[in-house]
Design a binder for this molecule. Structure first.
Ligand code: HEC
Ligand code: HEC
Length: 155
């Protein structure tokens, strides 16, 4: 009788622990996070956000697009730029998605995105708009920019 009781207690307790940790993971992954202008919750500028903001990662929210915008000297981040994704190069085709960067230059979204066969990014500041001439099928902008390509910039 004693053994049975403690065994069932252990089973119940273990299930509780498993349930709690699953819950935590789902909570973490389900967070909706979308950057907006003027606010400043920037961190890890320039890094590939999706190293952590991925399913099961430590970051809050699983990002589908994220990166950092710099100024023309590429030393400081550039605040409040607008990132757009088009179906055609140089702002042609359909405007599919718009993401506002925040005051730290970071932009990110957890919204569901369909890259299709590829989308063309543009990054717009008050004075200029930069266009990426080739299409992307991943939103991990900082996996290339600042690594194998120049930092993303505008003015
Ligand atoms: C090394 C891992 C790591 C990287 C890289 C990383 N993050 Fe995070 N991020 C975290 C962790 C951990 C948290 C939760 C704790 C916290 O808020 O610091 C978080 C939280 C956040 C939050 C929620 C905080 C809030 O105030 O709403 C945002 C937004 C965010 N990160 C954006 C980004 C962006 C954008 C990038 C890339 C430029 C990035 N992160 C890169 C680990 C990372
Ligand atoms: C797979 C690597 C890769 C990814 C991912 C990527 N880029 Fe690029 N990007 C490049 C390369 C390389 C160039 C240089 C021109 C070229 O070869 O297309 C470039 C050019 C650009 C330019 C034009 C820069 C200039 O000086 O004219 C902009 C703006 C840009 N990218 C924005 C973005 C944004 C925003 C994202 C994420 C939504 C992104 N890129 C994702 C590799 C990438």
């Amino acid at each position: 009788m004693k053994i049975k009781l403690s065994t069932s207690l252990i089973v119940t307790f273990s299930l509780f622990i498993i349930f709690q940790s699953c819950n935590k993971e789902i909570e973490n992954n389900n967070e909706t996070k979308i950057s907006s202008q003027g606010t400043d919750n920037g961190h890890n500028m320039g890094q590939n956000c999706m190293n952590c903001h991925k399913p099961g990662g430590a970051g809050e929210g699983v990002f589908t697009i994220a990166g950092t915008v710099y100024d023309s000297l590429k030393t400081n981040t550039f605040p409040d730029a607008t990132v757009k994704l088009y179906s055609g190069p140089n702002g042609t085709g359909t405007l599919k998605y718009t993401i506002m960067a925040n005051a730290s230059g970071n932009f990110y979204t957890t919204q569901n995105l369909d890259f299709g066969i590829g989308l063309y990014p543009s990054v717009q500041g008050p004075k200029t708009t930069m266009f990426m001439p080739t299409a992307i099928t991943t939103g991990q902008c900082n996996s290339c920019h600042g690594v194998s390509a120049d930092k993303i910039w505008t003015k």
